[in-house]
Design a protein around this ligand. Sequence first.
Ligand SMILES: C[S@@+](CC[C@H](N)C(=O)[O-])C[C@H]1O[C@@H](n2cnc3c(N)ncnc32)[C@H](O)[C@@H]1O
Length: 260
Amino acid sequence: MTGLSQAEIRDRAAELGPWFHNIDLGGVPTAPDHFLNDYPNVKWRRFQHAIPEDLTGRTVLDIGCNAGFYSIEMKRRGADRVLGVDFDDRYLEQARFAAEVKGADIEFRKLSVYDVADLGERFDIVLFMGVLYHLRHPLLALDLIHDHVAGDLMIYQSMQRGSPEEPPVRADYDFFEQDHFDAPGYPKLHFIEHEYAGDWTNWWAPNAACSAAMLRSSGFEILEHPEEEVFVCRVTERPKPWGAVYPARPKTNGAGRGAA
Ligand SMILES: C[S@@+](CC[C@H](N)C(=O)[O-])C[C@H]1O[C@@H](n2cnc3c(N)ncnc32)[C@H](O)[C@@H]1O
């Protein structure tokens, strides 16, 4: 804990605002009027049971850490090292202040998810919460996390819209079969050209099946789906070996790169 009085914490929190994370800093709530209520506490309560309670000896990378709510929770569970990264300086300042007030030894660094390879390190637990739908290139981000920083568990969350169903999808369909594309539970990533909820940084809204399919496709085995938007995954082999690079198809029967 810092030696700051409650009044000093309140003043500094106000200076650093507005906050997306509502964190209790010595009796001062940082975002008491959050449109999702006590966020992300309300979310965390719904899936915290699915994360190992004792993280002693583990390393954690929190991508898109914002004001550090989840980084602080991971440290509270005893993680040896927690690194929070975000691309927004204002959020990083909030995170550093929140961790200082909480007495949590956490490193925060400015880094885009697209640059995670620069870390040169894999982490036992990677949190990738609430970021995917803010990215113009979401599958690239998942591939990069898989290929460069995810060591064991990956905790994913996304805003989702559309059907919550996840019916099985066949491995292939005939070219003239099309009905499945209109089935509500078929993986769909809705593109937001302009804004959603007044926020132009919302680029995509996957349905639940799409979140699951993208995770599998990037090489994440889904272990648990403890909450509608949250998937607990383990790093595994990617079903197709390539990630960001689209390979030339092998020439077969003179067909070159294929018909379509
Ligand atoms: C909706 S908030 C989610 C915050 C937190 N992870 C959570 O689940 O509550 C999205 C966060 O992602 C960050 N972000 C957006 N694009 C990013 C990028 N390319 N690399 C790293 N962080 C990014 C934003 O600055 C913001 O802090």
